[in-house]
Design a protein around this ligand. Sequence first.
Ligand SMILES: Nc1ncnc2c1ncn2[C@@H]1O[C@H](COP(=O)(O)OP(=O)(O)O)[C@@H](O)[C@H]1O
Ligand SMILES: [Mg+2]
Length: 237
Amino acid sequence: MIEIKDITKTYGSGDTAFQALKGISFTIKDGEFIAIMGPSGSGKSTLMHILGCLDTLTTGTYFLDGKDVSTLTDEELAEIRRLHVGFVFQSFNLLPRTTVMRNVMLPLIYAGVSDEERDERSRKVLSAAGMTESHFSHLSNQLSGGQIQRVAIARALVNDPSLILADEPTGNLDSKTGEIVLGTFQKLNREHGRTVILITHEHDVAEHAERIITLRDGVVVTDSKSHARKHAKHHEV
Ligand SMILES: Nc1ncnc2c1ncn2[C@@H]1O[C@H](COP(=O)(O)OP(=O)(O)O)[C@@H](O)[C@H]1O
Ligand SMILES: [Mg+2]
């Protein structure tokens, strides 16, 4: 469970200081599927980095599973990221000139999982994300946009995370591939009980979640149930 209270984030200092988050509070229960929506520059990625323990807040409190994140050591934060959080970044961040398999197993190498188990788990999540076996040994720079996104999702799932954070995961996809990706998140949430936080600037994408939090200029402007909840027609996993 995530509980944030009055969090702010200021980048830089002095004359160039910029407050990207201006006092944000909400609670997310285990197993919820939430969209964080807002126009470009509203603070979505900043918030995701804080929720994923990739960056620290300036003021306020963040309790993750009952622990005050500001009291955790760097090692403890790294362990949370490695074992409990799956990230799908806006810019995919696949290693270039590196095979699909190796890109996906990277989090497991960091987590110290054995060779054999790494191989097995990577194959499983790649198939689940809709990649065909013949592509597993391709280099990341030989893939299409849709394939890159599937590999990025497979990598986010390979450590079996309880929390999935996805930053604009459908931003560069055609609508059919986008539906498959959203359906995959819905299935992970519904059938596998994962907490999913989906960041998007598109209303149509946000409506695939159960609840929508809207940000504007670093503050929450609405937080409510998704009234016209959409169910993706396609999914793979
Ligand atoms: N590292 C940084 N240094 C300074 N300003 C930043 C940094 N990262 C983001 N910002 C600023 O903070 C605001 C929010 O950015 P961001 O969280 O990326 O928004 P969003 O993801 O909603 O587009 C923007 O005005 C952006 O320019
Ligand atoms: Mg962003």
